[in-house]
Design a protein around this ligand. Structure first.
Ligand SMILES: [Zn+2]
Ligand SMILES: [Zn+2]
Length: 219
């Protein structure tokens, strides 16, 4: 079959494993480009720490404003490779890439103990513009059951805003419908953590007691 990323034809040796799991969606060359660099990182948010950074400045900043989320799991670095892939998916609307993100996230979703899986929602305007809700689309393709009680009012473009401006911008999330005690939030990119902490803030108001976060790529 053809690799969903580079479109080159790739062959997989048929084995009992491929019989069970199906042929891989991407070739070995593409697969080997997903990396999480072995570096000194924050034990909580996985940020790569600067040599002079003793405690994680991102976590320090978030903890001064929000209750912490319970655990954060990041799969890969947000490097040129993952950046390009996310760009193709979200902005070039190459929706077939949702299959790739789904295949990579699925085992991690399944390994996490939670009562409810919640993809971070896009704003209504973005869904109209893009034609799909990018994280819900990915989680849907994992085949794992998920709920969407988290809604977005209006997501002001975060890129280009300073940290202070981002904070002034009020919480875009609200809850509609039932939640569960232990939730797993799933998002594509973790930059400062502001988005997931805002989502967690409204979930905490609904008696959610444990919030896990699964991120595809860590900046
Ligand atoms: Zn490939
Ligand atoms: Zn941190």
């Amino acid at each position: 079959m053809n690799c969903l990323i580079c479109l080159n034809r790739h062959r997989t040796e048929l084995s009992f494993h491929t019989y069970l799991t199906g042929e891989p969606l991407i070739c070995e060359a593409c697969s080997s480009k997903f990396k999480l660099e072995d570096a000194r990182r924050c034990s909580h948010c996985r940020k790569k720490l600067q040599p002079e950074e003793v405690d994680c400045t991102d976590c320090y900043f978030m903890s001064s404003r929000f209750a912490p989320v319970d655990h954060i799991h990041c799969l890969y670095d947000y490097d040129d490779w993952t950046k390009e892939l996310i760009f193709k998916y979200k902005f070039k609307k190459d929706i077939v890439l949702a299959e790739v993100f789904a295949a990579l996230l699925k085992p991690h979703i399944k390994a996490m103990n939670c009562d409810m899986v919640i993809p971070l929602p896009s704003s209504p305007e973005k869904i109209v513009e893009r034609g799909f809700d990018h994280m819900a689309e990915v989680v849907h393709r994992t085949g794992v059951s998920f709920q969407q009680p988290l809604k977005t009012k209006h997501r002001v473009k975060q890129a280009g805003l300073t940290k202070a401006e981002r904070l002034q911008d009020s919480n875009p999330f609200y809850i509609e419908g039932a939640t569960a005690p232990r939730v797993l939030l799933i998002d594509d990119i973790y930059t400062t953590g502001l988005t997931v902490h805002r989502a967690a803030q409204v979930l905490r108001q609904e008696q959610v007691t444990e919030i896990g976060v699964l991120i595809f790529a860590r900046v």
